[in-house]
Each structure stands twice: as structure tokens, then as C-alpha cells.
Design a binder for this molecule. Structure first.
Ligand code: PMP
Length: 528
């Protein structure tokens, strides 16, 4: 490789340039616990306290020694990492362990079956596909019933035990049959035409405003952020977005999507036209705490409204636990706080212990379609390495009667207490502190009318949170970022190893940021 090819940035150069405007294009050379290390000018390591923690993917921090030891063991044992289409007892063990934990937290005995993937968005795509397969198969069963009923009607009319009443065709806007035309044939053709038109309607996925479910072709359409979603609208799934805490929007949506399928039957010797309810809603998705939308906890009341909506629409509730799960909120499931049980769950991020890429989609038995197993797969999914590492993560969370969850709750409360204290002292600068456990958001008031030019321009160009992140990095050696879709909110999602000293360091840094904003002292920002 010549030096020119090394110097030229070919790996997402535009992103690198953008990061550099806020001083965020630094290179980290090693990592352990809540600390990443940069290389100083003389090769010395400069520690950076990491509150972004792999965007919420490091519940046990970087390179946790127990997880690393397990990884070493697996490699030393020459474990067959890729052995597709064989028996995978480790995958079964992982599914069983997830089931045991979910049973404990939800109180339900119904088993969940597992599908494996490599990333969060991929797990969501599996959920979308499974829900659609289920919808299509259920719809096919309804059409079989309608067709069987039509055959019975034909037989009875042919046998003379039933007749087509005058005016039945008119109900469907059909003219009187002309000479030589059969009234029943015309009726059946019209019913079939209308039913097929209804059947061809694409499925509708219901998601929440500010929600984030990934950036692949299907999942990005369920991610509310318009910048991510709209360039690709023509490619993917159809979604309708509902604002949180607006149950009337759910009712409206159900009404909009409602329609009928027509079926012929015989009653009292007459052919009758029956309308069967039909709607196109395929699934409803939610995050127990919206992560990228600004760390926004879902309310218990709205979670119950969603459950009632899904029951009425007879569609699954897909709980996206990719960021909120694996203990981050103080329970294994973020949804436990809401008293909400999912028909589907999707896990990723911390499931891989910071070393593996792993995602699991669970579907409860009552809604599971075994056919799906032959339709969906990935070369890398369900590999032994990621399954064993995920099992290690679960074991560490569950050890000592749930030490991982206790730590997330206790460390989270200490961190939240500190953040709330700053908000009390700077109500003019800090708008809100939100979240649970180690999934916390710190929202600044909008600075787009700031008197300071630098701050105002940063806010107007949606760079505000990134500029504050750059200052935290260079002035205080602290790393965090705004959430992806709410750039005035900084995310704090450290590992359960968080120490009081690390909380104190963050407090010092955030108080400096708040003072800088109160004084409108943009010139004090350190961005390199
Ligand atoms: N869902 C949620 C709730 C997420 O937070 C994310 C990632 N931020 C995803 C889905 C997508 O996961 P991935 O980046 O692994 O595709």
C-alpha cells in the first residue's frame, strides 16, 4: 500500500469531515471498562471517559475481562464458529435462557421461539417479515373459507335448494343480468374482484413518532426521522406514525384501515351476502424507552392503549428492546416497567457483550409460524461465538440474584440524581432530564435564538449536540453524543461499572458546559 492510498480517506470521507467540524474525528486505540484511550502526540495514552458506550451496546463496558476470557476460551477450543444447517445446542440454550428471564419478568408461561440475526435492524427486519408472513397466511385461510363457502353456494343453487334473491346484485352495484347471463356467476365475479383488490393492499405497520428501529430497507421505514426515511420511501414497508400519549390517533388509524371482505352463504334457502371485517395492519412497534428519539420513556397508560389497539386489530406488539433491554433500565426488559408483554421481542446491542454482533427476535408460541425458519436466514446468524458470548452476558446479568440489574438501577439512580441536580441549578439551560437506569437523556433548551453566534449557528445547523460533545471530549476527556434524531439531547448510557468518581467527572464537565451556555460564551468552546 503506498502512502497516498493510506492518506486518502475512502471509508465514508464525508462523515469523517462532518465529525471533524466538531473535533470528533479522533482515533481510539484501546478500550477497557468505561474508558477509551486516544494516542497523545508522544504516543502516550490519553484516557477518555465513555458515556456513549457503543451507543448503549456495552452494558459491561469495553473488553470486560470475563467476556474477553470467554472469547479466548472459545477461540482456544477451536469452536466451530460457522456450522450452518447443523444442530446448535448453544443457540437453543440462549433461547431457553431468554425465555426463563422473560417468564420471570412477565409472569407468562407461554414460550417464545427464537430467530437469530447479526444486528438490531436485521432483527427488526426478521420481525417485520415474520409478522407479514403470519398476516398473509391468515389472510389465505380466510380466502379459503370464502372460496369453500362459494362452492357450497354454487352446489345448493345448482341442486335447487337455494336461490339468488332479486336485488342481491344491485347491492354491489351490478345491473340486472342480461339474457343468457347467470346472476350467481356475475355476483361471484364481482365479489372476487372486490376481495382481490382488498387482498392486494400492502400491509401497514404502526410505529411511534420519534421512534427508531434501524436503517435497513424495511426497518428505516419504521424509523420516524424523516431524513433517514424519506429518500427510501419507495423501497420499503408502509408505516403510519402515531404520537405518544394520543390514544385517539390509534382509534382513528384503526378506523382508516378498516374494510370488509365479502362472502356468499346460504340461509333459509336464500343466498346471502356477508361482510367480514378486514384491515391491513400487520404489527405495531414500540421502544419501551425511545433511545435515538431523545431518551423518551413510554408511559404506562399509553403502553396499555397500544396493547388494547393490537388486540382489537389482532396484530402483534413488537417490543424493540435493542437499546433498552439486557438490563439497561434495571430489569432485563425495558418493558417490564410498563407491565407490557410483547408478542415479539427484538434484542441486540449489549447482547453481544461488546465483542460479538448478535441479535435475537422472539415470537410467542401463539403467533409463531414454523414455516418462517425455512424462509429466513443469514450466513453469520446463530453462530456459536455470538451465542456463547450472549450466554455469558446473560449469566453475568443474572449472577448473585440479578447483580447486573441491581447495579444498573443503583448506578443509574446516582447518575440521574447528579443530572437532575444540574438541571435544578441551570433551569435556563437544561430543559429536561429523562430515562431510567443507565439510559438517561439530558436535554438542553433550544439555542437557535442564542445571542452567541457560534452557539446559534450550531443549533440552526443541527450540530448543537455535536459541538457540545466536541467540547466535552477536548476540554474534559468525556465522550458522549446527542441521540440520533433529537440533537439537543445528550445520551448517557454507561456500563454498570460506573464509579462515583466517573459521575463526579461528568458533573464537573456538564456544569462547565451549562455555565458556558448561560454566559453565551461560545468562544470558550474547545473543539480540538
Ligand atoms: N432499534 C433501536 C431501539 C435502536 O436503538 C437501534 C440502534 N440505535 C436499532 C434498532 C438498530 O440497531 P443496529 O444499529 O444494530 O442496526
Amino acid at each position: 500500500m503506498n502512502s497516498e492510498s493510506v492518506a486518502r480517506e475512502l471509508a465514508e470521507p464525508n462523515l469523517r469531515r462532518l465529525l471533524s467540524t466538531a473535533g470528533l474525528d479522533v482515533e481510539y486505540v484501546s478500550a477497557s471498562g468505561n474508558t477509551l484511550y486516544r494516542q497523545g502526540a508522544n504516543g502516550e495514552p490519553i484516557p477518555v471517559l465513555d458515556y456513549a458506550a457503543g451507543y448503549g451496546a456495552l452494558i459491561f463496558g469495553h473488553n470486560h475481562p470475563d467476556i474477553v476470557a470467554r472469547a479466548r476460551e472459545l477461540l482456544d477450543e477451536q469452536t466451530p464458529v460457522l456450522a450452518q444447517f447443523s444442530s446448535h445446542p448453544y443457540a437453543n440454550q440462549l433461547a431457553a435462557e431468554l425465555n426463563r428471564i422473560i417468564r420471570r419478568e412477565t409472569g407468562s408461561d407461554e414460550p417464545y421461539y427464537a430467530t437469530f440475526a447479526n444486528s438490531g435492524a436485521e432483527g427488526i427486519e426478521a420481525a417485520i417479515k415474520h409478522a407479514e408472513l403470519d398476516r398473509v397466511l391468515r389472510l389465505s385461510a380466510v380466502f379459503e373459507e370464502i372460496e369453500a363457502s362459494t362452492r357450497r353456494v354454487r352446489e345448493e343453487v345448482r341442486a335447487g335448494t337455494a336461490t339468488v334473491p332479486e336485488g342481491l346484485g344491485a347491492r354491489l352495484g351490478l345491473p340486472r343480468p342480461a339474457a343468457g347471463q347467470d346472476a350467481l356467476d356475475l355476483l361471484i365475479a364481482e365479489i372476487d374482484r372486490r376481495n382481490q383488490r382488498r387482498r392486494a393492499k400492502p400491509p401497514v405497520f404502526v410505529a411511534l413518532k420519534s421512534g427508531f428501529h434501524g436503517k435497513l430497507m424495511g426497518s428505516v421505514q419504521l424509523t420516524h426521522n424523516e431524513a433517514y426515511r424519506t429518500p427510501f420511501s419507495a423501497l420499503g414497508a408502509q408505516a403510519r406514525f402515531v404520537p405518544c400519549d394520543h390514544p385517539e390517533a390509534l382509534k382513528e388509524l384503526l378506523q382508516d384501515e378498516r374494510g370488509t371482505l365479502l362472502q356468499l352463504t346460504v340461509a333459509d334457502g336464500g343466498v346471502r351476502l356477508v361482510e367480514r371485517d378486514h384491515h391491513t395492519i400487520c404489527a405495531v412497534l414500540l421502544e419501551p424507552i425511545q433511545g435515538e428519539g431523545g431518551i423518551r420513556p413510554l408511559s404506562r397508560a399509553f403502553a396499555q392503549e397500544i396493547k388494547a389497539f393490537a388486540e382489537e386489530a389482532d396484530c402483534p406488539v413488537v417490543i424493540d428492546e435493542i437499546q433498552s433491554g439486557m438490563g439497561r433500565t434495571g430489569d432485563f426488559l425495558g418493558a417490564t416497567r410498563l407491565g407490557l408483554r410483547g408478542d415479539y421481542y427484538v434484542f441486540a446491542k449489549s447482547l453481544g457483550g461488546g465483542l460479538a454482533k448478535a441479535s435475537v427476535t422472539l415470537v410467542r408460541e401463539g403467533r409463531y409460524r414454523p414455516e418462517f425458519e425455512l424462509l429466513h436466514s443469514s450466513t453469520f446468524a446463530k453462530d456459536s461465538f455470538s451465542c456463547h458470548i450472549a450466554l455469558k452476558v446473560l449469566q453475568m446479568l443474572e449472577a448473585d440474584g440479578g447483580q447486573g440489574y441491581r447495579l444498573a438501577r443503583e448506578r443509574g439512580a446516582a447518575l440521574a440524581g447528579m443530572l437532575r441536580g444540574i438541571r435544578t441549578d441551570f433551569p435556563d439551560v437544561v430543559k429536561d432530564v429523562r430515562g431510567h437506569g443507565l439510559m438517561l437523556g439530558f436535554e438542553f433548551h433550544d439555542q437557535s435564538e442564542a445571542t452567541d453566534d457560534t452557539l446559534r449557528e450550531a443549533a440552526r445547523s443541527s450540530m448543537f449536540g455535536y459541538v457540545i460533545a466536541g467540547h466535552l471530549l477536548h476540554a474534559h476527556a468525556i465522550r458522549t453524543f446527542p441521540t440520533a434524531s433529537a440533537v439537543h439531547t445528550l445520551r448517557f448510557e454507561p456500563s454498570v461499572l460506573l464509579t462515583d468518581e466517573e459521575i463526579d467527572r461528568l458533573e464537573h464537565a456538564l456544569r462547565d458546559v451549562c455555565a458556558l451556555l448561560r454566559e453565551q460564551a461560545g468562544h470558550r468552546l474547545v473543539l480540538a
